[in-house]
Design a protein around this ligand. Structure first.
Ligand code: F6R
Length: 359
């Protein structure tokens, strides 16, 4: 039931802080240590490389997961599009383990990979919101995202739940492998800060509506830029805008703009810049200035400690690995209000189905 919300999407965006808190109480014990099935952790710990296989929004969550597993568990990790992996399988490591990230657990492109992986005898884990789904049943292990039913076609709370569960798993794996970075990473504290920060952004929705109208009210195209984790959020924010408002949007690695795409910048072209990483903040800011000098209308979404006068959206500080849990909220809400302003059916965009059961 969507209750007082005009659309499921807004309801599901608003539920994200509660999902973060639910994941803490579900997966973290009194001492602050994540708890998962021991056999599954042992399988993960004996892998020499993790392959995260997913589609769409879940793939974007997988890109964030790649850094989490590499930095907290020190295991080489690669995120792949399921629809590509199925036909262009990379040369695998000696002891790979597969992680299938999927809200619905029914995505055909992933199932095709899973069938091959099982045939080859490699271990597999499905992270899914639907624990009774095909991919949960067919993998060796399954972990529930516990985001609650997601009805709107555009995925929102499943994305943040995926990032949070990847962080919990990466921490648990890092503890098994005695990685110092994992010991120093207080995942429950980070997720609880994320919940508070998400709520603060959800509470600013009127202001985000005004920004959406100003930025995307009349445009036919838009760009989202960032580096590293901010680049991965750019991909997801662009997908949200595309699928529900039909604005042609591209997520871009900020440094790549000058290698071609900057040719598309005209007077008033909207560019959203994500700035949450202290290491790359200055460079992304200068990329934003380059497009502004060519007439672009720039919206900066920055972390509090990196914010400068004129930045329109400020998110709370969080471990740089987890900032997507915050920065995607304005991404989701800007897309929502653009769709709403244009009078579209936000929950049921044209040409799309909630789960994609054909290859
Ligand atoms: C975007 C969206 C899709 C799905 C993709 C994978 O908002 O919903 O891109 O993320 O079809 O679906 P699942 O996660 O169910 O495998």
């Amino acid at each position: 039931e969507k209750g007082t919300f005009p659309f499921y999407m807004l309801k599901e965006v608003s539920e994200q802080p509660a999902v973060m808190r639910r994941l803490i109480s579900r997966y973290v014990d009194q001492a602050g240590a994540p708890q998962f099935d021991q056999a599954m952790l042992e399988a993960l710990a004996s892998a020499d490389r993790l392959y995260i296989v997913a589609a769409g929004t879940s793939y974007h969550a997988g890109l964030v997961g790649q850094s989490l597993f590499e930095q907290l568990a020190k295991v080489p990790t690669e995120a792949y599009l399921a629809s590509e992996f199925g036909y262009h399988q990379p040369l695998l490591s000696a002891k790979p383990m597969f992680i299938f990230l999927t809200q619905s657990g029914e995505t055909a492109d992933i199932r095709q990979v899973l069938v091959n992986v099982k045939q080859a005898g490699y271990p597999s884990l499905t992270l899914t919101n639907v624990i009774t789904s095909t991919l949960a049943r067919e993998a060796d292990y399954a972990v529930e995202l516990a985001a609650g039913p997601e009805i709107a076609v555009a995925s929102t709370k499943a994305y943040t739940a995926q990032v949070a569960v990847e962080a919990l798993l990466a921490k648990a794996l890092g503890m098994v492998k005695q990685v110092p970075a994992a010991a120093a990473f207080d995942v429950a504290h980070q997720l609880s800060l994320a919940a508070t920060g998400q709520q603060a952004l959800i509470d600013q929705q009127e202001q985000l509506h005004l920004l959406a109208t100003d930025m995307f009210g009349k445009t036919r195209n838009a760009f989202f830029i960032g580096r590293g984790t901010d680049y991965f959020v750019s991909l997801e924010a662009a997908l949200k805008l595309k699928e529900i408002s039909y604005v042609q949007a591209e997520g871009f690695a900020a440094g790549e703009l000058k290698h071609g795409t900057i040719a598309l910048i005209e007077q008033d072209t909207p560019v959203v810049a994500f700035i949450t990483d202290p290491v790359t903040a200055a460079r992304t800011r200068s990329n934003a200035e380059e497009v502004e000098a060519r007439g672009a209308k720039v919206l900066r979404i920055a972390s509090a400690s990196l914010a400068e006068p004129g930045d329109q959206v400020i998110v709370d500080d969080l471990d740089p690995l987890l900032t997507p849990l915050l920065t995607i909220i304005p991404g989701q809400l800007l897309a929502y209000f653009t769709s709403l302003d244009r009078g579209y059916d936000v929950d049921r965009p044209r040409n799309l189905a909630k789960s994609v059961t054909v290859e």
